[in-house]
Design a protein around this ligand. Structure first.
Ligand code: FE2
Length: 238
C-alpha cells in the first residue's frame, strides 16, 4: 500500500515550509523515496502569523498536484492552530479538514502550562458532531508532559500524530523522550514527517528507522500505513 504522511508543509510560498515549487518537488520526491505514496499538505492556519488565503492554498495545491503527477498522491488539509480563527470556523462548520472530510489536524501553543480553557470539552463536542480531531505533535505540549491522565483523556477522542523528527531526537531532549514514550506505550495513532524542508525528510527517515528497530515492522505498518488511512477515513484507530 505505501506510507501516508498526515502532516507536511510541502505547499510552496504559503507558510514557513517550502519557499518555492522546486523545493516542493524535492521534498515530495524525497518523501516518495522513503516510502510515502500519499502526502497530505497541511499549511499553517495560524492567526496573525501564517494565515494564507484558502483560495491561494487551493490554487497552489492544484498546481503542485499537476507537477507531481504519478509520483505521489497529494491530499489537501491544514494545520489549524487552536485560536480565535479556528474557534470561529468550528462554530460555523468550516474547519479546513483532510479532503473536506471529518478529520482535521490541529495544534496548540506548545509552552502553555495548561491546555486552552475548555479544550477537552470543545473536542468532545466536535466528536459528537462527527468530527475526528487529529492532534499534531502531542509530544510538544508541556501541559501534557507529566500528566498521564490528561494525555489518556485526550487520546480517547483525538488521533495522536507524533512527529518523526521528534522520534529521531531533533526537536529537543524532552520532546524526543515523550515522542518515544508515546510510541512505546501504544498511544501514538500515527507518525508524520511535519516536513518544512528537505532536511526534515532525512530526519523523518531516521525516525522511521528507530520505529522499525525498536518496535518492529508491524509498528511501522500500523503507524505509517493502516493508522493514517483510518484517520483519513475519519476513524480513530484502535
Ligand atoms: Fe506542522
Amino acid at each position: 500500500m505505501g506510507f501516508v504522511d498526515l502532516h507536511s508543509h510541502v505547499l510552496f510560498g504559503l507558510d514557513d515550509g517550502a519557499p518555492d515549487a522546486t523545493t516542493s518537488m524535492q521534498m515530495i520526491e524525497a518523501l516518495a523515496a522513503i516510502g510515502f505514496t500519499e502526502i497530505c499538505a497541511t499549511p499553517h492556519q495560524l492567526a496573525a502569523k501564517f494565515l494564507p488565503d484558502l483560495g491561494d492554498i487551493a490554487r497552489t495545491f492544484d498546481a503542485l498536484t499537476q507537477s507531481v503527477g504519478a509520483r505521489a498522491r497529494l491530499h489537501l488539509a491544514a494545520e489549524n492552530m487552536w485560536d480565535d480563527v479556528f474557534f470561529g470556523r468550528s462554530q460555523d462548520g468550516t474547519i479546513p479538514s483532510y479532503g473536506g472530510g471529518p478529520a482535521f489536524l490541529f495544534e496548540i501553543h506548545p509552552s502553555a502550562e495548561r491546555l486552552p480553557l475548555g479544550l477537552t470539552e470543545h473536542i468532545f463536542r466536535l466528536t459528537l458532531a462527527g468530527k475526528l480531531p487529529v492532534m499534531a505533535h502531542p509530544e510538544r505540549y508541556e501541559a501534557l508532559w507529566d500528566d498521564e491522565a490528561l494525555t489518556r483523556k485526550l487520546h480517547a477522542s483525538c488521533a495522536f500524530v507524533v512527529d518523526l523528527g521528534a522520534v529521531a531526537g531533533y526537536h529537543g531532549r524532552k520532546q524526543g523522550k515523550v515522542a518515544r514514550r508515546l510510541l512505546e506505550d501504544g498511544l501514538a495513532h500515527a507518525v508524520a514527517s511535519d516536513a518544512h524542508t528537505r532536511e526534515d525528510v532525512a530526519r523523518a527517515a531516521e525516525g522511521i528507522a528507530w520505529i522499525r528497530k525498536r518496535l518492529g515492522p508491524a509498528a511501522v505498518t500500523r503507524l505509517l500505513d493502516d493508522g493514517p488511512r483510518q484517520i483519513l477515513a475519519g476513524e480513530l484507530p484502535e
